[in-house]
Write a protein that binds this ligand. Structure first.
Ligand SMILES: [Zn+2]
Length: 452
């Protein structure tokens, strides 16, 4: 955590209280397993996966499914066989299929198939907590209904698909407390069909998806002017959801000024902190909006079901290389071809994803039922929360920031307790409570709701 002016204040509070609190685990240390994973992610394998995906000519959701070399059917069988091969004995790989009915972007009932690779969690108390990472393997060209002509989709979104496959293959060799799901999704371009089906099923079954990332258009560090920024990625994070009727959760956030403390924003803070820790020199630029103007992605159906979900996208898109027929006009090449991808850049984004996923899946769950006592009018802030159930919990810490700040500015470890008080005003700062395990893994923060 990049503490600024609150470092001294936090230290003073901790020193004053040190008799009451146990020693804090080192939450700033690098976990050796995460360093290994980040080091093993290969730009060469990502490139080779992208070139193979492009070789299927088109991966349009309504394209050919019988051929072994052309169309979306061949593509998904290849993705599945690759993840089965590299994750043998560890990854559970399956098709998740449904028939999409006729709609604005589906001209005949069409089978939409996600490829889902699950790495089950190793800790009994955590394996029901799931993190999903996806890319969409379907592609398109200028005409959204054109299922015949070439649509290489090297950036949109072979880049995300290849990154997810690489993460699955590398991370399958390691153990995590919580469950990881690596998913290649179809039907994104036709209306987020595969992701919506998965999110709806998960919600109906009560699956605890504690975080979801989609990687969509992470292929290039160049904008249309040729400027390159290979050292950052955009991470789109929703604040308040778009709802026809305001839910109780949203009402509580609005009434307490918590619009920057939604589940997705807390998740984004974790991704930024851990991604930047494990991928030095690379910036995770959290964009405080759901997605780009009037555009969407596979995180949205998860958001609609109340899950925390984020979108990774390159820093500046070159729109002549997405959703375009292959052609040359006045000497300019249009189309989503591999020569416009930057494989080293994609590998960096995959490393950020992997660091975030690994740290989330080895950390405890974010504390539940975090509340701030409001019965007494006072300038101190008293919290109460529910104990976590993981056996390796070391304790909890309070994190805070000034009202205008985006990221946590300070923290105070308070030991293995379920209530704590800090001599800072709840009205002047934004607080969160994190659970910390004995290895120093910190959960995302939970926002305190008022306890009347
Ligand atoms: Zn896309």
């Amino acid at each position: 955590m990049a503490y600024s002016k609150y470092t001294l204040l936090a230290a003073a509070i901790a020193a004053a209280a040190s008799s009451a609190f146990a020693a804090a685990p080192d939450t700033d240390r690098h976990q050796p397993q995460v360093d290994k994973i980040v080091g093993e992610i290969s730009a060469q394998r990502i490139e080779s996966n992208i070139r193979k995906l492009v070789s299927f000519k088109t991966r349009h959701t309504m394209s050919e499914t019988e051929s072994d070399t052309v169309g979306i059917g061949a593509a998904r069988r290849w993705i599945k066989s690759e993840m089965e091969r590299c994750g043998a004995g560890r990854l559970q790989v399956a098709f998740d299929s449904h028939i999409a009915p006729v709609s604005a972007r589906i001209s005949r009932p069409t089978e939409v198939v996600n490829v889902v690779a699950t790495l089950p969690g190793a800790q009994a108390e955590s394996k029901d907590r799931v993190y999903v990472v996806s890319g969409h393997y379907d592609s398109r060209n200028s005409d959204i209904m054109d299922a015949k002509n070439d649509a290489p989709g090297a950036n949109d979104d072979a880049s995300g698909t290849a990154a997810v496959m690489e993460m699955a293959c590398v991370m399958a060799k390691y153990k995590f407390d919580a469950t990881l799901v690596f998913m290649a999704v179809a039907g994104e371009e036709q209306g987020l069909l595969g992701a919506r089906h998965y999110a709806e099923q998960a919600k109906a079954k009560g699956v605890n998806i504690a975080g979801m990332f989609t990687n969509d258009i992470i292929g290039s560090s160049h904008d249309e002017h040729g400027n390159s920024n290979g050292k950052s990625v955009r991470l789109f994070a929703e604040g308040l959801p778009v709802e026809k009727e305001t839910s109780e959760t949203t009402r509580m956030l609005v009434s307490t000024g918590g619009e920057n403390d939604s589940l997705s924003r807390q998740l984004a803070r974790h991704v930024k902190e851990q991604g930047e820790r494990y991928v030095p020199g690379f910036k995770v630029n959290v964009i405080q909006r759901r997605d780009r103007y009037l555009r969407g992605g596979d995180h949205m159906p998860f958001l609609e079901k109340g899950y925390a979900a984020l979108r990774f996208t390159e820093p500046a898109e070159d729109f002549s290389h997405q959703h375009q027929n292959l052609r040359t006009e006045n000497g300019k090449v249009y189309g989503d071809l591999p020569e416009f991808d930057d494989f080293n850049y994609i590998a960096q984004v995959a490393r950020v994803n992997a660091a975030a996923l690994a740290t989330l899946a080895n950390a405890p769950a974010a504390p539940a039922k975090v509340q701030v006592r409001t019965k007494e009018l006072e300038n101190d802030t008293a919290f109460v929360w529910q104990a976590n159930k993981e056996p390796d919990i070391a304790g909890y810490r309070i994190v805070w920031r000034e009202s205008g700040a985006a990221d946590w500015q300070a923290s105070l470890f308070v030991g293995n307790v379920t209530d704590a008080k800090i001599s800072l005003s709840k009205d002047n700062f934004f607080f969160g409570i994190q659970a910390i395990d004995k290895d120093g893994n910190a959960s995302p923060a939970s926002y305190p709701t008022p306890l009347r």
